[in-house]
Design a protein around this ligand. Structure first.
Ligand code: 13P
Ligand code: SF4
Length: 311
């Protein structure tokens, strides 16, 4: 029974005792973001995990992110508050099917979104995040054939923006897929001067309405530089917490789903993490991420290429 505990105090005590660093993605609940040592997008959190001198990494995000931390920092204990925190993109790309797809296209390289399993990373040539994809793609010769997976919306956006014809794996993020164009148009009508910032995991009918398209950290940066006082945010709404902290006088409105509000766009996987589970994970050092060494080394190759090319 945890009811008598001051969870914040206990987490702070355990963080010191364990020499742990708490990393949190922008889609985590505000109370977790407020306790984290670092908050960031997928690329920033991977870099923090690799560079940290902590003994324990408490990863408040989803499983593929905690696995990325373990691939890059195998000597550290990596814990995740809830091992069931998956991702619809990872689920949409089973390694056996991805392997068969690769084998069917031997003249293509695999450029793969970080939102996938360790096995799929091991089958890929270069990993990208939403903040590094554009820089990396521009370093690949125009005549190189490419398979892009698992997010067909991010891949389609890159194809359109850079005139590429990458073959797209048919995965989607269920969160970004849930925005409604009809409701977005209505909301824009109510706030005609407000720009729209969208994540490239959104489908084209949402991205087409955006004034800015980029990763979570890109969207946050855009908010900090915009001239108006209201922004419509087409990504998981928990990021608005950081916007509101940095810019208390501005108004941030989550883009709506079909029901007209942004609550249906909360990531159900990210939401599995709670302060209680973070406390228990730090106390018991579980659940932990374990990766077989051969698989880890193979997956690390494509991640290392990302880290080199994203510079
Ligand atoms: P970024 O934070 O890298 O933009 O990723 C968004 C996301 O959906 C993570 O699951
Ligand atoms: Fe996966 Fe989408 Fe959730 Fe990110 S927001 S973890 S891409 S389901």
């Amino acid at each position: 029974n945890l009811s008598g505990l001051d969870l914040r105090e206990e987490i702070n005590r355990l963080r010191k005792e364990r020499n742990a660093v708490i990393l949190a993605h922008y889609y985590q609940k505000p109370e977790i973001q407020d306790l984290a040592d670092y908050i960031g997008d997928s690329l920033e959190l991977s870099k923090k995990a690799a560079a940290s001198d902590a003994d324990v990494i408490a990863f408040c995000g989803v499983k593929f992110m905690a696995e990325t931390a373990k691939i890059l920092a195998p000597q550290k204990t990596v814990i995740l508050p809830d091992l069931d925190a998956g991702c619809s993109l990872e689920d949409a790309c089973p390694p056996e099917k991805f392997k068969a797809f690769r084998e069917a296209h031997p003249d293509h390289i695999a450029l793969t979104y970080i939102n996938c399993s360790t096995e799929v990373k091991a089958l890929s040539d270069i990993i990208v995040t939403s903040s590094s994809a554009e820089t990396i793609l521009q370093q690949i010769p125009a005549d190189q054939k490419i398979i892009f997976g698992p997010d067909r919306h991010l891949g389609g956006y890159l194809n359109r923006k850079f005139g590429r014809d990458m073959l797209l794996w048919p995965g989607v993020c269920i969160v970004h897929e849930a925005f409604s164009e009809t409701e977005l148009i209505k909301l824009k009508g109510q706030h005609p001067d407000a720009p729209v910032a969208a994540h490239p995991e959104c489908p084209p009918h949402i991205v087409d309405h955006a004034d800015y398209v980029g990763s979570t950290s890109g969207i946050l940066q855009y908010a900090k530089t915009m001239v108006g006082d209201t922004l419509i945010v087409a990504t998981e709404p928990h990021i608005i917490h950081q916007m509101q902290l940095a810019l208390p006088d501005k108004t941030f409105i989550g883009a709506p789903g079909a029901d007209g509000n942004c609550n249906c766009n909360i990531c159900p996987y990210m939401a599995l993490n709670t302060l209680e589970k973070l406390y228990l994970a730090l106390r018991d050092l579980k659940p932990q991420v374990h990766i077989e060494e051969g698989l880890r080394l193979q997956a690390k190759k494509s991640l290392d290429r990302m880290l080199e090319m994203a510079k």
